[in-house]
Write a protein that binds this ligand. Structure first.
Ligand code: HEC
Length: 216
């Protein structure tokens, strides 16, 4: 066989294999000659009857596809949180976690980024997409007010929720809530990116009226 013929034969074979594989792939790699239903390795993944987050569903009376937790249930290792004022929490709880280790801070950051950042942003200060879509802008977590809360007070806010912010007692076990607080304290070490509303107020009250200054 001439060298040229060999190259030609190889090319024809290669193209044939490519066409075959392409056609077979288009047929989901199903067995080629069978009257049986096709054997599918991941049938449930290929044909899912699932609901996307936020999508309404006619399967439930309230049409919510994201189901609320069943009342009276807790996450594994969870506890019931019954305090109704931060003073109660202050009187009975202290941060039980050991001194901050990298693993502990990483856990806090991980939980914060999953559960808090959607509203508060990853640095606790920026405006997030949900706020741009119309939700109330949460307070800056690095501002003087949030810095001034004790750990127990933060634990109370996170556990119980505050106004439109939901509580996290049913979503984060206590140790994770304390870890989140450690992370919030780390965020509070960052410089303030926006004027602090509390400080701004003090400044205005202290500033002398413009006319009085001009008179001097
Ligand atoms: C659904 C959005 C949302 C999520 C998620 C959320 N928050 Fe909030 N958070 C808010 C809003 C809104 C406020 C202001 C509530 C008010 O008006 O009293 C707030 C208030 C706070 C405050 C009080 C701040 C202050 O200056 O008084 C703290 C602390 C706080 N959140 C921490 C957290 C932490 C930690 C998480 C995660 C475990 C979290 N939040 C999750 C929306 C949210």
């Amino acid at each position: 066989m001439h060298k040229r013929h060999r190259i030609l034969a190889g090319a024809v074979l290669g193209v044939a294999v490519l066409v075959f594989v392409a056609l077979w792939a288009g047929n989901d790699f199903q067995p080629l000659r069978s009257t049986e239903p096709p054997f599918q390795l991941r049938y449930d993944m290929q044909y899912q009857q699932n609901l996307r987050a936020q999508q309404p569903s006619s399967a439930f009376a309230d049409r919510k596809s994201m189901r609320d937790h069943v009342p009276g249930t807790l996450p594994r290792d969870g506890e019931v949180f019954t305090d109704t004022s931060w003073e109660q929490t202050e009187a009975r709880l202290r941060d039980p976690l050991p001194p901050a280790t990298p693993a502990l801070l990483a856990r806090g950051r991980n939980r914060f980024n999953s559960f808090c950042a959607p509203c508060h942003s990853a640095n606790g200060q920026d405006t997030t997409e949900v706020v741009r879509k119309g939700m109330q802008k949460p307070p800056n977590l690095a501002a003087a007010k949030a810095k001034g809360y004790s750990d127990a007070h933060l634990f109370y806010i996170i556990s119980r929720g505050q106004n439109i912010m939901p509580g996290y007692a049913d979503k984060l076990v206590p140790a994770d809530r304390w870890a989140v607080i450690r992370h919030v304290r780390e965020l509070q070490k960052q410089p303030l990116r926006y004027p602090d509303p509390a400080l701004a107020k003090t400044d205005t009250s202290k500033r002398a009226p413009a006319t009085a200054q001009a008179g001097k």
